[in-house]
Structure formats: structure tokens, C-alpha cells
Write a protein that binds this ligand. Structure first.
Ligand code: NPW
Ligand code: ADP
Ligand code: K
Length: 522
């Protein structure tokens, strides 16, 4: 599991450590890790060596600038030609600047340095950053973007909000981000994540106080007994003092969660999923959802609705009926909503699925109908895209646009989970799955190739099957998003457009790679 901790947690952990260590130790650890990564990048790329390479340090007014200046000093001692642009000269980290100058580095205000550098170190702002990048930084960020330098962000790309991943203005596009102690949520959630490049955690010893590795691996258990304590009010994303706030499933986590039949399994024990989707006008949604559900690890898929004939023609394995969920026979979970339309019959299907007493995944038209209720059963899984999230938010009295939802996914997904009292999977460039409490999961496997009509129906069928197979709504949603993303990548091979049916066709291979070690992306 990859875990990210909120800024307040990082500050608290660092505070404990700083009190025990000689002054400056943490910054020296950070700078050493940073310089080692930069040296490696200079040796691997252009110019192929550290000696005589051109390095530009962008130093802001806080400790993030200090890290960058000390790392610059280390590179200068190894023969690099290091220049530093001081964005707030009066407040620059004095020790860092002195170290750089003593090592032979120089201060510059020549923007051309950014364009001819081999490597740019972004130390403008780190976890202390708030709001859009200030004007003094913008010409340097632009110039670094124009040049061919490898851009290394210190702790996180400047301009990315550390806790939310929001990017309220210009931000540094990094090739590599060297992050200290633990991931920050903004590195795992878009739009911020797309500015971070490859993220390399550096261990600065947070584990000495909390049992954590460089990845913050063991931080979730906490040592002080205050796990889960919220530092903020109930209406915002909670910052858990002793726990991570965001996590991303890795291949081994998915392998452990995937349902597998055993010797005693039969088709009913494996779970049966019911799909109430499609309509005379949109039969395709039913066909796609059922098709994906058939690959979702259940023993059988029941279909209930107006597209029964189309469904059985496409998938003879499905058990179909033209009535609603009430008449369909026993299932262990329902999927309701894709392509359902919003007429009285659709409304009835949603009611019946919600009243069935089993976990229910609500998607698409089902969500718009659910918004009128403003509440859902605790074991429901809602799967909105940003537009549907806006309608759901309106149902609980929150006004937001889809652009706002996309800018702050963690916050709005959490607000929906709290408002409806269930689990929410917010689709998009970073899919977020969260319940009302506990860490939110972000999906690491997505690809923009998934943005194709019917792709959401595939996800619904798959996640519904995993629910019926016995996974919790959080696990079902996050495992489905993982497999769906991986299938999308496999189907597209990176840059070939895919149709939704091709995502389904790639699900078995995505599943195979996920249950064997070393096969998947993440
Ligand atoms: N804590 C530790 O033990 C360790 C911390 N470490 C390092 O310290 C970093 C945190 O340092 P930090 O707390 O000094 O904050 P930092 O990110 O440099 O920013 C604050 C400065 O930026 C300014 N500023 C704010 N917003 C801005 C904007 N949008 N655009 C431009 N400027 C903006 C703000 O100005 P002000 O608002 O005061 O005018 C203030 O002066 C952390 O990320 C890691 O790299 C490591 O060494 C390991 C040990
Ligand atoms: N830019 C993107 N990057 C990654 N995944 C995306 C992106 N845009 C959309 N997706 C994914 O594609 C799927 C689209 O679902 P949805 O919007 O419901 O489409 P439809 O209703 O046509 O089936 C979701 O799984 C979503 O997370
Ligand atoms: K930075």
C-alpha cells in the first residue's frame, strides 16, 4: 500500500524528531537524499556526469529553499556549476546560501540560466505553500519549462497544494519529485499528481519516532494511541493525526483482495450479482455492465430490466428477466442505474434495488434519482463522475461546479460520503474511493484512454460483481478501479484508442497480472 500523510501530521512527526536530534539534522538528511537523486539523474541523462554539469537552484523563502540550497552545495562540491535564483533574497535560508557559496556556487538573476541548465532544483515552496505561486516565481517556472533541463521538485512541485492536489495557478512540471518522509496527498491526486513526474521518497527518519519506513509504510498504526483523531471540523477532509489520509492499492494489495473460488465453491457460494441497467433506449449500458460483471469473480450474473433480450443475445451466460429487481431472484449485491433513464420504471428499479437488503452500487441515472432522496444505505457504493457528483452534492445542499469537483476530488468525494452516509467512488483522471471516515483510496492505474462512452458501465458491472463476491464497498470500488485502469492500459497499449468492450475483453489479463507478483503497474 502506498500511503500519504497530511501536512499537519508531517509537521507533528517532524516536530517530535527535531526535538531529539541536533539542529539541522533533518534538513541535512533531506539535502543528502536530494543531492544523491540529482547526481544519479545527471549521470544517467545529459550530460552523463555531475562534474561540470549546469545546475540551477530555485530557492524560495522557506526551508524548502534551504533543502535545495544545501543539495546544490553538495553538487557543487562534486564539481557541478551551480547557480541559485533567490526568489525572496531578504528571507532566503541563510545557512543553505552560505553552504552553497562556500562550495563555489553563485547567485544569479539571469533567466537564461534556467534555459541552459541540465538540471533545475525546484525549492520554491514545499509543504508550507498556500494558494497560487507568487509572481516572482513565474518567470523562472516558465523559463525552466522552456529549457531541456531535468526538473527535480523538492518535496513536491511548487504550486501544487500538498493536502488536496489542487493547482490554483501556475505550477512546476517536475520530471522527478523527491519527497521527504512520506508521500503527500497532493502527489497522488490529480491535478497535482500529473505535475509530480516520478515520485521518489527519501527516508529522513520519521520511522525513528513512529515506526515508519521511507514510504510511511507503518505510519498508519500510529504509536501514541490517538489514531483517527481529527484535527479539523467534521465538514472538511479529516486530517488524521496518527494515520495517513490517502492510500493507493499496489499490486500485492489487489492480489490479496481478489476473490478466488475454493474446493467447496459453487456458483451460488461465489456470489450472484444483479444488474438493473439499460432501457429500451439504452440497451448497450446493460450489455456492457453484464459483460464486465461476468469477469468479476462471481458465480452468476442476473439481469433485470428492459434490455433482457439484448443482454442474453450478447451474453448467453446471464440469467435474464424483464421485471425489476424485486422479481429477479436472490442476489448478493445489486448494480442499478447505467442507461436506466429516469422515468417511473427506472425510479421503481432504484427503489427495489435499495430495498433489497444487500449492498447496492448506484451509478449514472440511478444517481440522479438518488440525489432526490439525499441519503443512501450504509453499504451502498455510489459511482459518480464529476457531473453526477454535482447533482448528488445538490441533493445534500452543496453547490459546486464539475470544475470545482475535479480541482478538489478528495474533499468532494468525502463530502458526498459523509452526506449520503456510504462509500463513494468519484470517477475521473484520479479515481477516488472513500467512505465517510478513514483514508481515501486513489487509483494508481488509470489512463485517459478510459474516457470513452460505456467505460463507466464496465466499471459498474465489475465493481458490483466484486461487491457480490463479498468485498466491502471500499475494497470493491478500489479493486474494480485498479483492474479497470489496468485493463484500459492493456487494451490501448498506451496510445491506441479503445472502445468500452475492449476494456472488458482485457479484464481477464488485468486480473491475471494482478494476482501474480510483479505483473501490474502502480
Ligand atoms: N519541517 C521539517 O523538519 C523539515 C522540512 N523540510 C523541508 O521544509 C519544507 C517546509 O518548509 P517551510 O515550513 O519553511 O515551508 P516552505 O514550503 O518552504 O514554504 C514556506 C515559505 O514559502 C512562502 N510561500 C507560501 N506559499 C507560497 C506560494 N504560493 N508561492 C510562493 N511562496 C509561497 C512563504 O512565504 P510567506 O507566506 O511567509 O510570505 C514561506 O516563506 C518541506 O517542504 C521540506 O522541503 C525538510 O528539510 C525536512 C525537515
Ligand atoms: N482523464 C481520465 N483519466 C483516467 N480515467 C478517466 C479519465 N476520464 C474518465 N476516466 C475514466 O473513464 C470512465 C468513464 O466513466 P463514465 O464517465 O461513467 O462514462 P460512461 O458514462 O460513458 O460509461 C471512469 O472509470 C473514469 O474514471
Ligand atoms: K518544491
Amino acid at each position: 500500500m502506498r500511503r500519504a500523510h497530511a501536512v499537519e501530521w508531517v509537521r507533528a512527526a517532524e516536530g517530535e524528531l527535531i526535538a531529539r536530534l541536533p539542529e539541522g539534522t533533518l534538513m541535512q538528511r533531506a539535502a543528502a537524499g536530494l543531492a544523491a537523486t540529482c547526481a544519479e539523474l545527471l549521470r544517467e541523462g545529459v550530460p552523463g556526469r555531475v562534474y561540470a554539469s549546469r545546475v540551477l537552484v530555485l530557492a524560495g523563502s522557506g526551508d524548502n529553499g534551504g533543502d535545495a540550497l544545501y543539495a546544490g552545495a553538495r553538487l557543487a562540491r562534486r564539481g557541478a556549476r551551480v547557480r541559485a535564483a533567490l526568489l525572496a533574497p531578504a528571507r532566503v535560508h541563510a545557512g543553505g546560501l552560505a553552504a552553497l557559496l562556500a562550495a563555489g556556487g553563485r547567485v544569479t538573476d539571469d533567466l537564461a540560466e534556467a534555459e541552459r541548465a541540465d538540471l533545475v532544483l525546484d525549492g520554491i515552496v514545499g509543504i508550507g505553500g498556500r494558494g497560487p505561486l507568487r509572481d516572482t516565481a513565474l518567470p523562472w517556472v516558465d523559463a525552466a519549462g522552456r529549457g531541456a533541463a531535468t526538473v527535480v521538485a523538492v518535496d513536491l512541485p511548487s504550486g501544487v497544494d500538498p493536502d488536496s492536489g489542487a493547482v490554483p495557478g501556475a505550477a512546476v512540471h517536475a520530471d522527478v519529485t523527491v519527497t521527504f518522509g512520506t508521500h503527500k496527498p497532493g502527489l497522488l491526486v490529480d491535478p497535482g499528481a500529473s505535475y509530480a513526474g516520478v515520485v521518489r521518497p527519501v527516508d529522513i527518519g520519521l520511522g525513528e519516532v513512529r515506526g515508519a519506513g521511507a514510504d510511511g509504510e507503518a505510519l498508519s498504526t500510529g504509536a501514541s494511541g490517538a489514531a483517527g483523531r481529527s484535527l479539523r471540523g467534521a465538514d472538511t477532509t479529516p486530517l488524521l493525526l496518527d494515520g495517513h489520509v490517502v492510500e493507493a492499492l499496489q499490486q500485492e494489495d489487489v492480489a490479496a483482495l481478489l476473490p478466488a473460488p475454493d474446493a467447496e465453491s459453487d456458483k451460488y457460494r461465489r456470489g450472484v450479482v444483479g444488474i438493473a441497467a439499460g432501457s429500451a433506449r439504452y440497451p448497450g449500458a446493460a450489455v456492457l455492465a453484464v459483460g464486465a460483471a461476468l469477469h468479476g469473480g462471481v458465480g452468476a450474473v442476473r439481469y433485470a430490466g428492459a434490455a433482457a433480450r439484448e443482454v442474453v443475445r450478447a451474453h448467453p451466460e446471464a440469467l435474464v428477466g424483464e421485471g425489476g429487481p424485486k422479481d429477479a431472484g436472490r442476489v448478493q449485491a445489486w448494480v442499478v442505474g447505467p442507461g436506466l433513464s429516469q422515468d417511473a420504471e427506472a425510479e421503481r428499479a432504484v427503489e427495489e434495488a435499495l430495498d433489497a437488503g444487500v449492498p447496492v452500487l448506484v451509478d449514472a441515472d440511478g444517481l440522479r434519482l438518488l440525489a432526490r432522496r439525499g441519503a443512501a444505505p450504509a453499504d451502498a457504493l455510489l459511482t459518480p463522475h464529476a457531473g453526477e457528483a454535482v447533482a448528488l452534492l445538490a441533493g445534500i445542499g452543496v453547490t459546486a461546479t464539475s470544475a470545482q469537483v475535479e480541482a478538489e476530488r478528495l474533499r468532494f468525494a468525502r463530502e458526498l460520503a459523509r452526506g449520503y452516509g456510504c462509500t463513494v467512488l468519484l470517477k475521473g483522471s484520479t479515481t477516488v474511493v472513500t467512505g465517510p471516515h478513514g483514508p481515501a483510496r486513489v487509483n494508481p492505474t488509470g489512463t485517459a484512454q478510459l474516457a470513452t462512452a460505456g467505460s463507466g458501465d464496465v466499471l459498474s458491472g465489475l465493481a458490483g460483481a466484486l461487491l457480490a463476491a463479498g468485498l466491502t464497498p471500499l475494497d470493491a470500488g478500489s479493486v474494480a478501479a485498479y483492474l479497470h485502469g489496468l485493463a484500459g492500459r492493456l487494451a490501448s497499449g498506451g496510445d491506441v484508442p479503445v472502445a468500452a468492450g475492449a476494456i472488458t475483453a482485457a479484464l481477464p489479463e488485468a486480473w491475471r497480472r494482478s494476482c501474480h507478483s510483479g505483473g501490474a503497474t502502480g
